[in-house]
Design a protein around this ligand. Sequence first.
Ligand SMILES: Cc1ncc(COP(=O)(O)O)c(C=O)c1O
Length: 460
Amino acid sequence: MTKPPYPPEPFRIKVTEAIRLIPPEARETALKEAGYNLFLMKAEDMFIDLLTDSGTGAMSSEQWAALMRGDESYAGARSFHRLKNAVEDVFGFKHFAPTHQGRAAENILAACLVKPGQWVPSNMHFDTTDANIRARQGRPANLVIDEASDPENRHPFKGNMDIAKLKAFIAKYGREQIPLGMITVTNNAGGGQPVSMENLKAVAQVYRENGIPFFIDSARYAENAYFIKQREPGYENKSVKEIAREMYSLADGMTMSAKKDAIVNIGGLICMNDDTLFQNVKNELILREGFPTYGGLAGRDLDAMAVGLYEGLDEDYLRYRLGQTAYLASRLNENGIPTIQPTGGHGVYVNAGAIFPHIPNYEFPAQALAVELYREGGIRGVEIGSVMFACLDPEDNTWHYPALELLRLAIPRRTYTQSHLDYVADCLVAIKARADKVKGYRFTYAPELLRHFTARFEPL
Ligand SMILES: Cc1ncc(COP(=O)(O)O)c(C=O)c1O
């Protein structure tokens, strides 16, 4: 058979969890009660929940079996050593400790390295990394290539760091003011776009020449490695695991939210080569997370992660995983619904501004699309547009709006089938057919910071 245009799931289903589409009137009431903010709605009222791919994946039978092997000893548990073996095998760093999730690893790293006024460059920091650097009075800087902000540009590695910008940045602020340099793989804040090996090598070299420790934010390391295999000449015959090893051989350490590519519901990692830094990290861990052999997790969580680290690298799984996002995007694109190109790893970013050209950014077109998608089919996505990012500039007292009004549909791992994705696409096509009748929203309540989580709206 020729290659099918859809990715057949490389698993069969042993356990199911019921979901239900509540009737249209009940959806309308639920929307109203939540002030038209999907973050404030009940998960049980969702038919398909694409709010995030973080911690929402389905564990395998092997992971559930591993949970039963969990050793709950306080110190030196067998579970820790099994995870340690897996982490060493996949990433190759000298030291490692578990944390309860990615932001805990970021907090500890920032606590150990960042002093007030110092800078931390990256391609783009994820918001928790950004906030953890700021919480130490540090200053995060995003130096991604310019192609990343053009939704039509089909650059294969839109997560790449701009090397000229990085060199100029170090020259401007001085290496003494840069306690560490980072890069995020894949670049979540920029649409789940990958970083090439060539770029990782160039970034590592610049950091090394300047004596700046290089840490990789690794939430989606396996998806990034698979994109390298697919798109970067010279890597097509290497295994994804070999590619991952090569990526990490370039760095001095990493932080990771295991809730993504290690396919667990909770967990994180911090790794490094430096002995003194690791001693300090362990002291911080004991203060904030727990003893360094469990890091705020149960022994069973460590075992599920140890298995998940390998399952995330499985190439049949990755072919299906990246095939799912590509499939959903292609179904939308062939129906005239624009999405960020090329499709990223963990989600599809729909250009809501292009679907609702009659709704100005201050009336939140992507929020309108998020509400409409729930109204149409009980589907939850997340607005990534003016609700999340528009801000009042204190200098000139004017509102600054983001370049794009996006609705992100994040795909949980191994959770939804192809017919679920077809259903999502069909609902969006139905909305597009009545797009000119959809109206915008205004705030009835909005906090000053991170307002998308708790804001309330009313329809115009
Ligand atoms: C790139 C990246 N880094 C860090 C984090 C934070 O991880 P956690 O949610 O486990 O704290 C996330 C979570 O979405 C992420 O996508």
